[in-house]
Design a protein. Sequence first.
Lengths: 398, 523
Amino acid sequence: MTDNKTAGTAQSFIQVAKENMRNYSMFIMLVVIVVGFSILTGGININPRNFTNIFIQNSYILVLAVGMVLVIIVGNIDLSVGSVAAFTGAISAILYNTGLGIVLTVLLTIVAGLVIGAFQGYWIAYEKIPAFIVTLAGMLLFRGLTYIITNVTPITPKTDVFKKMSSGTISFDFLKIDNLHILPIILGLFLVLILIFFSISDRKKKIKNNFHLIPVTYFILELVFVSAIIMILCVQFARYRGLPIVFVILGVTVAIFTFITQNTIFGRYIYAVGGNSRSAKLSGINSERIIFFVHTIMGGLCGLSGVVFTAYMNSALPKAGELFELEAIAACFIGGASASGGIGTIMGAIMGGLIMGVINNGMSLMNVGANWQYVVKALVLLMAVWYDIYTRKKAGMV
Amino acid sequence: MFYSKKTGNNIVSEYILEVQDLTKIFPGVKALSNVNFKVRKGEIHCLCGENGAGKSTLMNVVSGVYPYGSYEGKVFFHGEETKYKSVKDSENDNLAIIHQELSLSPYLSIYENIFLGHMKTRYGIINWRQLIMDSRPFLEKVGLKENPETIVSKMGVGKQQLVEIARALSKKVELLILDEPTSSLNDRESEQLLQLIIGLKQAGITCIMISHKLNEVLEIADSITILRDGESISSFDVKKDKVTESMIIQKMVGRDLTHRFPDKKHKVSEEVVMEVRDWSVYHPEYPDYAVVKNASFKLKRGEILAFCGLMGAGRTELMMSIFGRAYGSKCSGQIFVDGKEMDFHSPKDAIECGLGYVSEDRKDLGLILLQDVKNNISNSSLKKISKYGVVNKDREIIEAEKYRKELNIKTPSIDQLVKNLSGGNQQKVVLSRCLMADPSIFIVDEPTRGIDVGAKYEIYCILNDLVSLGKSVIMISSEMPEAIGMADRIYVMNEGLIKGELSREEMSEGKIMTMALQRIQEK
């Protein structure tokens, strides 16, 4: 939770870089894996088409990982997310086929997810049944209910509009030069400008208040680095079919929840309850309510994930969402969350999800069978968490 | 025959256990310094001393809980220096320790607990029937009339204690150490246990008993050693020296009092800010057992009020239950704040009503060790520095820096994780959190436990500053000089009851100790 921007005045560039190394280690790992596969596949994995596909193929897991990391920070686990996503996905298809508009369908599905989350959250927070057990029951319950409402047959949305939620892109013909979609690039530049503006005004405020500052060189380098990543993403999207709708959904979700965890009272309380629930309680935090809301949010995000997955498959499948929970949990732990609670970030979980996604995708491109994909992913999970524990021990954080 | 080789004297050692110049240092605290302690073969030796005097630490060194090398000085058992790496080693030497918190496996039966860790097997297979039979003589020895197959958690604490002793006996113990064995027993059970210890002595087993109950000590002890502030003060032979309770108390408390506390110039007003009437609290797991019984007290504006008593007297339980029912299965009674009756359902209610609580257990109940200094400081008062639920991080830094300077928290930066701070500085972080929430009634539970003298003085100054601002402080303290040096009034608790009130003129360590130790007369 340490804010990078207040690391201390007297520190040298290298010191600051070293201190923040841990924060970037997952990102560096991701880059290494992307580069590794681009060598192995002769660059296919980073061509614009595949690049866009990686996001589309993993979006529903990443949405779940955002909620899962909150659950893990608060010290719990949610095994039901796959079943709940399947159930809500089926609900969305049924609702949509009754003739409701796409926006209303999505909203109602998220509300259904929230209700399911609140139901599970009630048992966990107020009746004090371990989350593991409640969500294990939820996993069975909502799988069963999915079979019941779908009648164990796939439900296909009536029109192709639904499908756009996943594979569609935002692009306008008048913003197209040759084969380049300009919109993502314009948006990217806009984002970078906002980022630079806020970073500088933040730094100015810090100077005015006489706070600790990171060295100017480091500050600039970090800005350049983050801007470059945004632009690489946007250019890649521009070169294929424009900005994927699912990326927008994911980006907005990540932005909202990053803001909540880092800047709001609620976010602080999540970390406080997860870090030491008894101490949090004595600090006047209503820890039951925090736990309840976290599980409710998880339910809502299951709803969103269900919609995205139904769109991706263009069909609500009775067996949808199997093993999603484990992928989402693995993403969180690869991304540095602690199984004992109190530690974890949204960005970390996204990095963890992407690492697994890139590996999946890369191995598929290399025609490695699913069997071996499991083996490799298992090793990555084990190694990533081992590395995390190792560095934490070295930094005296355990 | 054991000859003490190391000391070079070729005489049979009359001492089964000898401790020479033992010093044990915990980070920031010297728990034992140059302790000397000798136990004769076949005697009952009692260890007395205030809370924190180092009794349990000493016994933990002797029994190998703190391994060889983690302390300075020498321990001799049967005249040979011990170099225990773990409790297992001391057990092999026929030395057993029974801790204050029982270490039975609650869901196993009596006989399983007795033989846990040293079950007789044949080809790795346990003969359960044989074990049950084998357990019977030990149960007889300790006078426990229970079916060996009874599950331990279904029996009372007194009987569980007997199982612990039976377990020690089953391992052919020569030296048995009991750490406050009667602290959770009623009178009848205590008497039974004391008789058992006397019986063990007659069977040739040497016993060391730590106890606060001086009547019990005088009843059974052959020798008494008194520890104070980690030093061995004196040893008595009970019969030869004609020891009395007051002799022990005097040795336990006598100490230099100069310049350890800032001057108190409190202007206590007559206005009562909080009153508690007939407050009773029941144990969280045994709802029939009242931990605090009908406590009533008043707190005045601008006053430091101290609660003294021994560990387990119910002080923390009383305060935590007042602070939004943070302890206990149920509580009854009335709380008035500024004359209005209050009903706190959670610590949140209490905080909103202007109460603040600083726990004695910094690590488990006070801090969030994984978080940095500034988050720990702001956790109770995020609402103050937020708008629409969004935390103003700049203000958070400003506030945290303010407290860092005011309370002189020694940390490289407010981004440091609190777990890397020393005990005294951690305590200042907890105090800062409480201060930032700006309560008018501070409850501080053992505010200076485990921190060094310099930091203690600073914390005393902070408390004095608070009352000079018209706030009120309730301080739980097990250190009597601290209570006398700081408080305007003292309540003494003993076995869940408020035994008495002492004004500033009446305070003395002798009076407090007498009230805290007196056995409650059976009704």
